[in-house]
Design a protein around this ligand. Structure first.
Ligand code: ADP
Length: 198
């Protein structure tokens, strides 16, 4: 089957003018409990309060809708990230600052998300490693998931019974074992500010 693509008459420049900033994807990856949701929720609120068009795509939420049909097998995790990578790319192309908070344990899947954004020729992609040692995440256990994973109630749990491949060259690393939530958010806002101004 031959597929055709239509070409938008509205491009990056017009959307940037309309929004006051370019669209981009800020991709947060890290273990469960590393702090992705906590940081993202605060970031989204702070950006919107500052007049930026920002939207959080959160792993847990997306699994209730778009990806309700997917589980946690390696194949399903890859499909989960493939879909949200494409959605994040479209939303960024529309001009939004997309905060994508997903464990996204596989390097190749994160690369595909980066490629989905690059394919659009406008928005940029920024990988943020939300990093904390597994024992720190396990001690936090904000949703009681590690406890369930240890007792065998949750198979294929990232960091316990499923792999996590840390980023090799993330644009930003937030070490949440040493940074507090506020410091992590400030660091990210400063990074974004530098990027949005250049
Ligand atoms: P994730 O979304 O990565 O699974 P959550 O944000 O749900 O992680 O949980 C992280 C937990 O760690 C929360 O209870 C949060 O209050 C705590 N926490 C402690 N320090 C930090 C930090 N610097 N950044 C983010 N969360 C932190």
């Amino acid at each position: 089957v031959k597929l055709f693509a239509v070409e938008h008459r509205v491009g990056l420049e017009a959307r940037t003018r309309l929004n006051g900033h370019p669209g981009l994807v800020l991709w947060l990856t890290g273990l469960s409990g590393s702090g992705k949701s906590t940081i993202s929720l605060e970031l989204e609120a702070r950006l919107v309060a500052a007049g930026r068009h920002a939207y959080l795509l959160d792993g847990d939420n997306v699994r209730h809708g778009l990806n309700a049909d997917l589980g946690f097998s390696p194949e399903d995790r890859t499909e989960n990230i493939r879909r949200v990578g494409e959605v994040a790319a479209l939303m960024a192309d529309a001009g939004l600052i997309v905060i994508a908070a997903f464990i996204s344990p596989y390097r190749a899947d994160r690369s595909s998300a980066r490629a989905a954004v690059a394919r659009l020729n406008g928005p940029s992609f920024h990988e943020v490693h939300v990093s904390a040692p597994i024992d720190v995440c396990e001690a936090r256990d904000p949703k009681g998931l590690y406890q369930k994973a240890r007792s065998g109630q949750l198979p294929e749990f990232t960091g316990i019974s499923a792999p996590y491949e840390p980023p090799e060259a993330p644009e930003l690393t937030l070490d949440t074992a040493s940074l507090g939530v506020d410091a992590a958010v400030e660091t990210t806002l400063a990074y974004l500010d530098r990027h949005l101004r250049s």
